[in-house]
Design a protein around this ligand. Structure first.
Ligand code: ADP
Ligand code: MG
Length: 228
């Protein structure tokens, strides 16, 4: 039940010199309350898929339904709204703004949904506290460790309390110990109203998920599913 994100025959091709079909008629349904890991070799289309789920990129054909709403990929204004309301995104490189402090990086993301600065600062402080980084609020990204930067990026992704969290190799540039801590943080975000999907190269982290997926030849293969 509860098909929170539904993919119907999603296809994505790129044509530069020669045409490549990256995603080939993917049908899949992601459920609320679950965590999915997505593995697959480099170049298999993990980022391409996540970028379509976050509506940053548009499929060549097929349809995407989020919470039963069919996404119109040409309606950027509306999609920006859906994204700020519902989706938190975490990348491999944390993408924090270098000239802004940790607190500013987090609260600025909050303004996308609600233009109330004081309210956003308050929420940002709460999120940063949750990440155990209150003492780093006024540090600039260059003054944070890799793990701290990534936890601030998670706080930023969470400021609008998204129902969907998409993470593209979130610990790809961290050592194993720090990566474990970041994954523990990510797993703490699991709740029954939230869907979390992350791409990873790391089998250990992939195995933590409720449902392990692999991109094989342009399609999603379920490796194991504890989900009914
Ligand atoms: P992964 O995240 O699994 O490593 P990607 O989704 O980044 O894989 O890429 C899948 C394939 O699509 C690769 O062959 C990549 O070169 C190609 N690709 C991705 N984005 C573009 C683009 N904007 N233009 C052309 N080719 C692209
Ligand atoms: Mg990728």
């Amino acid at each position: 039940m509860n098909n929170f994100i539904l993919l119907k025959k999603i296809t994505k091709s790129f044509s530069n010199n020669k045409k490549i079909n990256v995603l080939k008629k993917i049908n899949y349904s992601f459920k609320k309350g679950k965590i999915y890991s997505l593995m697959g070799p480099s170049g298999s289309g993990k980022s391409t898929l996540l970028n379509i789920l976050s509506m940053i990129d548009k499929p060549t054909s097929g349809s995407l339904l989020i919470d039963n709403d069919a996404i119109d990929f040409d309606n950027n204004t509306n999609n920006d709204k859906i994204r700020s309301n519902k989706i938190g995104i975490i990348y491999q490189q944390n993408n924090l703004l270098p000239d802004f402090t940790a607190l500013e990086n987090v609260y600025l993301a909050g303004l996308a949904l609600n233009n109330d600065k004081n309210n956003s600062i308050e929420k940002a402080k709460k999120m940063i506290k949750k990440m155990g980084l209150s003492s780093r609020e006024h540090h600039f990204p260059s003054e944070l460790s890799g793990g701290e930067m990534q936890r601030i990026a998670i706080a930023r992704a969470l400021i609008n309390e998204p129902e969907i969290i998409l993470a593209d190799e979130p610990t790809g540039s961290l050592d194993q110990k720090t990566a474990k801590e970041v994954f523990a943080t990510l797993y703490n975000l699991k709740n029954k109203n939230r869907l979390i999907i992350y791409a990873t190269h790391n089998r250990f982290f992939a195995n933590m998920a409720d449902c392990k997926l692999e991109m094989i030849d342009g399609n999603i293969k379920t490796i194991n599913a504890r989900i009914k």
